[in-house]
Design a protein around this ligand. Structure first.
Ligand SMILES: [Fe+2]
Length: 295
């Protein structure tokens, strides 16, 4: 029922206990049995994971580490031009490795001293109430697999590059981390699926695809833009609208293409005032009013 459901390849547990990731025929790794076997193994790590234990390490090939290194290097160049100061500052302090894919346990070790956030492994789609709810406790669900090496600058699903370069660098900043926590508290507070979807859409148009005015220029802070080599060059040309809760919570989006409607905060303070306050105080009634006010 939620658009995010199409974002992830389905994961199915077999009767013998093994786990199979169902890649679609259009997925770049569909015809690569070695990649598919690795995807199944990595998904199995998350399925078998028990909270409170270290996240098992995923095995990556040299080719996959090279994909991380290439994308990290190219994105860093674009971040210097297009990312907000708070994001760049967080990335500096987090100090992700540039030449190899970090294990999620390592990401947690780097992140926790900065803002208290830790990563949890996800095989694929996590139910919205869990995904957002645990943000309130400082946990972020993350996939562990990386995109197929044949197309290093493209992924149809959120992979470890998106989860870590996009989200962990943002979560390393105390002001963004506070917003993630507030989104989690909102998801825990609301009762109906409609209200939860509204909360998740506001998250989508801010912490995933948000843009912000900074020193007279439009910058990105959303993880979806900042982890996408193609999208980061395009966002300034999109249909940029003012920050508006009713619109963000009700605007339809298509996850299969570049986001063509984006919402601009005038500053980080403005984002905190509008979206932070919304997540801090919203309930089913206030959301129903906002949804009704949408034009
Ligand atoms: Fe994301």
């Amino acid at each position: 029922m939620f658009e995010e459901a199409q974002y992830f390849a389905p994961v199915a547990a077999q009767e013998d206990g093994s786990v199979v990731v169902e890649l679609s025929e259009s997925h770049p790794g569909f015809a690569d049995p070695v990649y598919r076997a690795r995807r199944n193994t990595i998904a199995g790590l998350a399925v078998d994971y028990r909270p409170g234990t270290p996240i098992p390490a995923a095995e990556y090939t040299d080719q996959e580490h090279a994909v991380w290194a290439l994308v990290t290097r190219e994105l860093a160049i674009k971040h210097a031009k297009y990312a907000t100061a708070e994001y760049l500052d967080g990335a500096d302090r987090l100090g992700l490795p540039g030449e190899r894919i970090p294990q999620l346990e390592e990401v947690s070790r780097l992140l926790e001293p900065l803002t208290g956030f830790r990563y949890l492994p996800a095989a694929g789609l996590v139910p919205l109430r869990d995904f957002y709810g645990v943000l309130a406790d400082g946990y972020f669900h993350s996939t562990q697999y990386i995109r197929h090496h044949s197309v290093p600058f493209y992924t149809p699903e959120p992979d470890v590059i998106h989860e870590v370069i996009g989200h962990a660098n943002a979560l390393a900043g105390s002001r963004y981390a506070a917003l993630y926590r507030l989104a989690g508290q909102a998801a825990r507070r609301v009762q109906s699926d409609e209200a939860l979807e509204f909360v998740s859409k506001v998250f989508w148009f801010t912490l995933e695809f948000g843009v912000m005015q900074e020193s007279g220029e439009l910058k990105a802070y959303g993880a979806g833009i900042l982890s996408s080599y193609g999208e980061i060059e395009e966002f300034r040309g999109m249909d940029i609208r003012p920050l508006d809760l009713s619109a963000m919570g009700t605007t339809h989006y298509d996850i299969t293409k570049y986001q063509d409607v984006l919402f601009r905060a005038e500053s980080l303070q403005h984002l905190e005032d509008v979206v932070g306050d919304f997540w801090d105080t919203c309930d089913d009634d206030s959301i129903a009013k906002l949804a009704a006010a949408a034009v």
